[in-house]
Design a protein around this ligand. Structure first.
Ligand code: NAI
Length: 221
């Protein structure tokens, strides 16, 4: 991405939600929408929507609103969803299997092409038509096939070494589920997913609300 098109990560992180809402509108036959209508649906201010979408030239026309199909396509392009991505999963235990069996990634062009594990009981098993391979075969596989993304769902002890190898072998992005912070060369992108962080945030919200309730006399019942 060139310097003048550098968009803040906060905006990028909001784009998948716009993309999902616009996709639902398209499915319902809606062809245009104003920022006010979109704002009511998404519970985001209209000005936030305008600001976000202005980052990409706006796509809207004064008095007309947004062309839903065009905006949906443009956001897909910005997110790189107009291309396909190949993926492998490293560590095919509980979480790895859940992800391997989730069909919706491929609908977005994220195609799973390889599964790797060290457990002999898993090696040779097939999940949605893909065979689990011995970890020893991973280097060859990654070097021979173009692998864009590696999903790391293995125990944390070997993650650093595995990630460094994958980076060396040409994988462009790591979707890291393990509780390890990875520091890799700049050309390898890492996106961490921590369900427990989200759960802790939820606990905070519940806790904060309870503290507030305890601190005032208002009783709802
Ligand atoms: P699991 O024990 O069910 O699966 C781990 C798999 O990795 C096993 O099949 C094991 O044979 C394999 N493995 C072990 N060493 C390996 C190696 N060197 N190379 C390749 N595969 C290897 O564990 P589970 O529950 O699936 O969790 C996997 C990872 O995901 C853990 O690091 C866990 O902490 C993390 N996790 C993260 C969550 C999140 O929200 N980010 C949620 C749940 C788990």
């Amino acid at each position: 991405m060139t310097e003048e098109r550098k968009i803040s990560m906060a905006v990028i992180r909001r784009l998948p939600r716009y993309y999902r809402y616009l996709g639902e509108l398209l499915d319902n036959g809606v062809t245009k929408i104003s920022s006010r209508e979109l704002s009511e649906k998404m519970k985001v201010t209209a000005s936030q929507i305008r600001q976000d979408l202005n980052n990409f030239g706006g796509f809207g026309q004064q008095g007309y609103g947004y062309n839903v199909e065009y905006l949906h396509k443009e956001i897909a392009k910005i997110l790189g969803l107009d291309k396909t991505h190949t993926m492998i999963i490293v560590g095919v235990g509980n979480l790895g299997q859940a992800l391997a069996n989730y069909p919706s990634f491929s609908k977005r062009g994220f195609n799973l092409i390889g599964l790797f594990d060290i457990n002999p009981r898993l090696i040779g098993m097939s999940m949605r038509g893909i065979e689990v391979m011995d970890i020893d075969k991973m280097e060859d596989f990654v070097k021979t096939n173009k692998v864009d993304i590696a999903i790391l769902t293995m125990p944390k002890t070997r993650v650093k070494e595995t990630a460094e190898n994958l980076a060396k072998w040409g994988v462009k992005g790591l979707w890291n589920f393990s509780p390890v912070d990875l520091f890799l060369p700049e050309h390898v992108h890492v996106e961490n997913v921590h369900l427990s962080h989200s759960l802790m945030t939820l606990a905070y919200k519940i806790n904060e609300a309870e503290e507030l309730d305890n601190g005032n006399d208002y009783k709802p019942f």
